[in-house]
Design a protein around this ligand. Structure first.
Ligand code: FO1
Length: 316
């Protein structure tokens, strides 16, 4: 008997860890992951979807444990050869990883949707849970810096998050249609919980919530929304979250992130080091270790989140 569907919102590395934890404690048909596609870009003539790939590799056990992105046991002959030809090498594409970009590009050009390509890759990689892009329409996160607007991967990888962030924009979001299967799932009335994974709220979660209809569908799905703080002790576990917050004039901290999600949140899971900081929040706080270094910690945090959602569903 199904206990209902868990819908997880995720970006790349941090979110993928919790998505993997959830996939280990739930039957595959009870987990649906909505992936951010604002980080997508065209590079070397290839259509690249980093957060979808990071999630896919993590769920398939193919992820590179050192970086969190790309594939494990990678070789770099393609990068060496591209360099010798004067091609761009700032965005590292391993030989095994390259296949997913080449084949995705071919299929998109042949008229398949990003959802269709992603679903087929997941099937071929033996991934049970559904991984859906937030939209099949083009959405691109842009970063306004002191030198003007730049593409997200330019900022994040090529410039290594050095430029000062003055604003973020999600080009195309206003006209993007939410992924239909994700919307249908949220409207079934059979959702047990919506989990906002510990991805960067600004660059990974807000693009998802910016897709017209998605935020409302999540708010009205009849299940508690529980987020896991991506910040531990004022610092992002990985990536530029704290730096971006400071540059946007926002106090970096677990409490600020919860406030950022506003009235969407019923529950919030924070690390013990941040317990005092979130004491005053108008949200049900659960204190638990949120650093997921091992598989066991990924599963444990997944259980904490689901228990928190269960208590909230029972009015606890
Ligand atoms: N991130 C980097 O910091 N450097 C890279 O060279 C890099 C290559 C890369 C290749 C494929 C892929 O799916 C992701 C890759 N990423 C790289 C990560 C990516 O830029 C970020 O994970 C997301 O866009 C932010 O969540």
């Amino acid at each position: 008997m199904s206990r209902g569907l868990v819908v997880a919102l995720s970006g790349g590395v941090g979110g993928a860890k919790l998505a993997l934890g959830l996939s280990r404690v739930l039957p595959p048909e009870e987990l649906l992951v909505i992936a951010n596609t604002g980080d997508d870009f065209e590079h070397l003539g290839l259509s690249i979807s980093p957060d979808i790939d990071t999630l896919t590799y993590a769920l398939a056990g193919l992820d590179n444990p050192a970086t969190g992105w790309g594939r494990r046991d990678e070789t770099w002959s393609f990068m060496e050869s591209i360099a010798a030809l004067g091609g761009e090498t700032w965005f590292r594409l391993g030989d095994r990883d390259l296949a997913i970009h080449v084949e995705r590009t071919r299929r998109l050009r042949a008229g398949e949707t990003l959802s269709q390509v992603t679903a087929d890759f997941c099937r071929r990689l033996g991934i049970g849970p559904r991984v859906l892009p937030m939209s099949d329409d083009r959405v691109r996160t842009r970063v306004r810096t002191d030198e003007g607007w730049i593409d997200f991967q330019d900022y994040f990888v090529r410039r290594q998050c050095r430029p000062v962030v003055r604003a973020l924009a999600f080009d195309g979001a206003a006209a993007a249609r939410p992924q239909p299967e994700a919307m249908a799932a949220l409207q079934t009335g059979a959702v047990r919980a919506v989990v906002i994974c510990p991805s960067n709220p600004f660059i990974s979660i807000e693009p998802i919530l910016a897709i017209p209809g998605l935020r409302a569908a999540i708010a009205n799905c009849g299940a508690p929304v529980v987020a896991v703080s991506p910040i531990i002790g004022g610092r992002a576990v990985k990536g530029p979250t704290a730096k971006i917050m400071q540059e946007l004039g926002i106090e970096p901290g677990a409490a600020t992130v919860a406030r950022r999600y506003g009235n969407l949140l019923a529950g919030y899971v924070v690390d013990p080091v941040d317990e005092a900081e979130v004491a005053g929040l108008d949200v049900a706080v659960t204190v638990a270790p949120t650093l997921m270094s091992s598989l066991a910690e990924r599963e444990a945090l997944a259980r904490v989140v689901l228990d928190a959602a269960g208590r909230l569903s029972r009015g606890g």
